[in-house]
Design a protein around this ligand. Structure first.
Ligand code: NI
Length: 171
């Protein structure tokens, strides 16, 4: 396993649309292992493959976020097959938008179809933080960041500050 660098906005790679995975191979499991280690190291509760520069439909999550008892979850080619009309609001952050958080409304519950770590087809119901986190990570697969759900004014302000921070870091 290896920790990989996490891309941050406004890196154009984050705008790419990720491709479905044809088969869950050992190479992809190695990528999922790297993603999980990178996410725990950051630390974060979710990571999409594009955030480490791989445009594939793969997510890793651990919303339990308990160092003593990790509960990793892996989602390959996730597809939302039902979403509630009820919305819930969470203050979201993102490893690709460091230091910023903002409230985003999303369906409160979803039903999801996906392939697991072993490539087996699965279905699950998710609500609460898990539902929000899955939808946030699935946005990454479409090249969408949580700041894209905010007003232009707010998003531009955040992006300007990110550019300034990365210039300062490079100096
Ligand atoms: Ni994110």
């Amino acid at each position: 396993m290896a920790i990989r660098p996490i891309l941050t906005a406004p890196n154009p790679i984050l705008k790419q649309v990720s491709k479905p995975v044809e088969a869950v191979t050992d190479d992809l499991r190695a990528l999922m292992d790297d993603m999980l280690e990178t996410m725990y190291d950051a630390p974060g509760i979710g990571l999409a493959a594009i955030q480490v520069g791989e445009p594939l439909q793969i997510l890793v999550l651990d919303v339990a976020h308990d160092e003593d008892e990790p509960k990793p979850q892996y989602f390959v080619n996730p597809e939302i097959i039902w979403a509630s009309e009820d919305l819930s609001t969470y203050e979201e952050g993102c490893l690709s938008v460091p230091e910023f958080a903002a409230e985003v409304d999303r369906p409160a519950a979803i039903r999801l179809r996906y392939l697991d770590y072993d490539g087996k087809e699965q279905e699950m119901h998710a609500d609460g933080l898990l539902a929000t986190c899955i939808q946030h990570e699935m946005d990454h697969l479409k090249g969408v960041l949580f700041i894209d759900h905010l007003s232009n004014v707010k998003r531009n302000m955040i992006v300007r500050k990110l550019i300034k921070a990365s210039k300062q870091a490079a100096e």
